[in-house]
Design a protein around this ligand. Structure first.
Ligand code: ADP
Ligand code: MG
Length: 595
């Protein structure tokens, strides 16, 4: 039996996984093969035109130098000038295509990647999210993907352009003057070493910058979302100090990166100037032996720019490749996690759920290497029963309830709904039949109507209002500035705790599930709101199987059955009176609250 689907982060390593990853990487080109080919063809043509210009100029100059200006020479020059004009126009079109359509292709690929990642994230279970930071997931969805797409469209294009120009100019120059080209090209490895060295330093410094800015983001998010705590402790000074430190670290690390950037850019510039110098000196020496003429020197001078640019591009490509691949690694890491909770083969859609729940010898642990939170739990809840679950904090009440909708995979045993193993029920239909009201209410930014409607996305406005009425929420909603259209702010900050809870109850009324779980739904409310909410909850529970976890035992006195959970499992069961007279754990808990 599958106890735990391990999250497989070891995507590096075996040849097979590397191949699979490479195939996956390349597969994103597939929908855009036409565009991609056109992009490469344009890149090749543009590189070819850049290579041809110095040659044409050489030709014109030769004519000018040798023959003087006679009409036939002039006619040729005009023709060549026209050719250059035409080539310029072609080059313009190619460059336009590369820059605009190449980028668009990248953006579309990014769109595909992002959608796939988000869809996959929606499939992953609580188990994954328990171990992740929201900020990290966000950065995977935004920054990482951007770097991948930069590689996708610039990578092959830059590589092709650079290699064409570099190899092309080498061949041309070698044909014109072998000695001089050896001198010039022997200079290039030096330049590449220099650039590579500083590029690496720069890249590391930039990575540090990113880490520092991430720290600023994380700190800011924490302190802004915790602004109420900050102010209640009057700890603004502390927060300012923390922020200032992070900010200072960022500016320090930026200074480092600018130092390297300075060396890199001025170094590359100096190298370019040095190449001119070396060229002229070498030419002078060669000219002495009659092995070079001024026309060759001119051609060489013209070509310097043609091959300096690809060298810079190739160096950049190295960086882009690294960044893109590590971005893809992080993407692949998430994509290749198999969702641990999925529909099993032959899973059924449930149509008419009565609400019989059964735990057969169920054990559960959160992680393979931690202790069991629940072990050998046996429990039967009949359809329509109202059961209370009590026990000290941390004993596993919430955990037990979260196993019923399969938020986590149990380690051993079976949980049944209406006699059917819940793993053999389609996840969607299982969860559609269970309603949960928790202590922490999560509301989405948006209107009241949208938030209640979340319980059943195709519900009509009348149905939503009816649900709100049942949840005792209608009156307060009508008192809001825009009624049901009122914007409730991020996470519903513009509402009181009781109001938020009433919206969440309305949401469940709308969903209308046969099984209900109330997990300390009234624990954080004041007495007055608690009463109102308690009323709505009892209304909601009518005719449904209900499991109530209650902090205040006074609220569950009427429960048909009370189950007392301890670290050793279910210790006592019975109604309020019988448990009290038994004088066991429940009666102790009860006395603690009322004495
Ligand atoms: P209760 O609801 O009874 O207060 P819980 O079911 O929330 O208790 O927690 C039971 C135990 O499981 C606690 O020891 C808690 O630390 C642990 N626990 C709860 N949630 C997680 C989680 N997502 N990952 C790991 N451990 C958890
Ligand atoms: Mg709990």
């Amino acid at each position: 039996m599958v106890i735990y689907t391990k999250i497989n982060f070891s995507t590096r390593g075996t040849k097979k996984t590397v191949n699979r990853k490479l195939l996956k990487f390349l597969s994103y080109y597939q929908p855009y093969l036409g565009l991609f080919t056109a992009d490469l063809v344009c890149a090749f043509i543009a590189a070819g035109i850049s290579l041809s210009f110095p040659l044409i100029i050489r030709y014109i100059t030769k004519d000018l130098l040798s023959a003087g200006i006679d009409p036939s020479v002039l006619a040729t020059i005009w023709k060549l000038a026209l050719l250059m004009l035409f080539l310029t126009a072609v080059e313009y079109c190619c460059n336009y295509f590369i820059t605009s359509y190449g980028h668009m292709m990248g953006a579309k690929m990014e769109y595909d990647l992002r959608n796939e990642l988000f869809n996959h994230l929606q499939k992953l279970s609580f188990n994954y999210y328990d171990n992740q930071k929201t900020g990290q997931i966000m950065s995977r969805i935004t920054n990482d993907l951007f770097e991948i797409t930069e590689l996708y469209h610039h990578g092959p294009e830059d590589l092709l352009i650079s290699l064409t120009k570099l190899i092309g100019s080498f061949i041309i120059l070698f044909g014109i003057n072998a000695y001089l080209s050896l001198v010039v090209f022997s200079f290039i490895p030096l330049m590449v070493c220099f650039a590579y060295y500083y590029n690496r330093k720069m890249r590391r410094a930039f990575r540090k910058n990113r880490e520092k800015i991430a720290a600023i983001n994380a700190g800011t998010e924490d302190s802004i979302s915790g602004v109420r705590v900050v102010k209640s402790f009057a700890n603004e000074e502390l927060e300012i100090e923390k922020f200032r430190e992070n900010n200072l670290r960022y500016v320090d690390s930026k200074q480092d990166s600018y130092r390297y950037m300075g060396r890199y850019h001025s170094g590359i510039h100096a190298f370019s100037s040095l190449i001119y110098l070396v060229l002229v000196v070498a030419a002078a020496i060669l000219a002495d032996g009659g092995r070079i003429n001024s026309l060759d020197l001119l051609t060489f001078l013209l070509y310097i720019n043609v091959f300096l640019e690809p060298i810079r591009k190739l160096i950049n490509f190295g960086e882009q490749f690294q960044n893109g691949l590590s971005g893809f690694d992080r993407f692949y890491e998430v994509i290749s996690i198999d969702p641990d909770i999925i529909d099993s083969k032959g899973a059924l859609e449930l149509t008419q759920v009565k609400g019989n729940i059964e735990f057969n010898d169920v054990s559960f642990r959160y992680n393979p290497n931690t202790a069991e939170v629940l072990s050998h739990i046996n429990l039967k809840i009949k359809a329509g029963e109202y059961v209370a679950l009590v026990g000290t904090s941390g004993v596993g009440k919430t955990t037990l309830c979260s196993l019923i909708p399969r938020f986590y995979q149990i380690s051993a045993g079976i949980i049944k709904l209406d006699g059917r193993d819940i793993r053999k029920i389609k996840l969607k239909s299982l969860r559609r039949n269970i309603g949960i009201v928790q202590q922490d209410v999560y509301l989405f930014a948006g209107s009241v109507l949208e938030n209640i409607g979340y319980g059943k996305p195709d519900a009509s406005e009348e149905a939503i209002i009816a649900a709100a009425k049942k949840a005792n929420a209608h009156d307060f909603i009508m008192g809001l500035p825009d009624g049901y259209a009122t914007d409730i702010g991020q996470r519903g900050v513009k509402l009181s705790g009781g109001q938020k809870q009433r919206l969440s109850i309305a949401r469940v009324f709308l969903k209308n599930p046969p099984v209900l779980i109330f997990d300390e739904a009234t624990s954080s409310l004041d007495n007055e709101s608690e009463k109102v909410i308690q009323d709505s909850l009892e209304q909601l529970a009518q005719g449904r199987t209900t499991i109530v976890i209650a902090h205040r035992l006074s609220t569950i006195r009427n429960a048909g059955r009370i189950i007392v959970l301890t670290d050793d499992g279910i210790a006592e069961e019975g109604d309020h009176q019988s448990l009290l007279s038994k004088g066991g754990i429940y009666s102790q808990l009860y006395k603690m609250q009322f004495e």
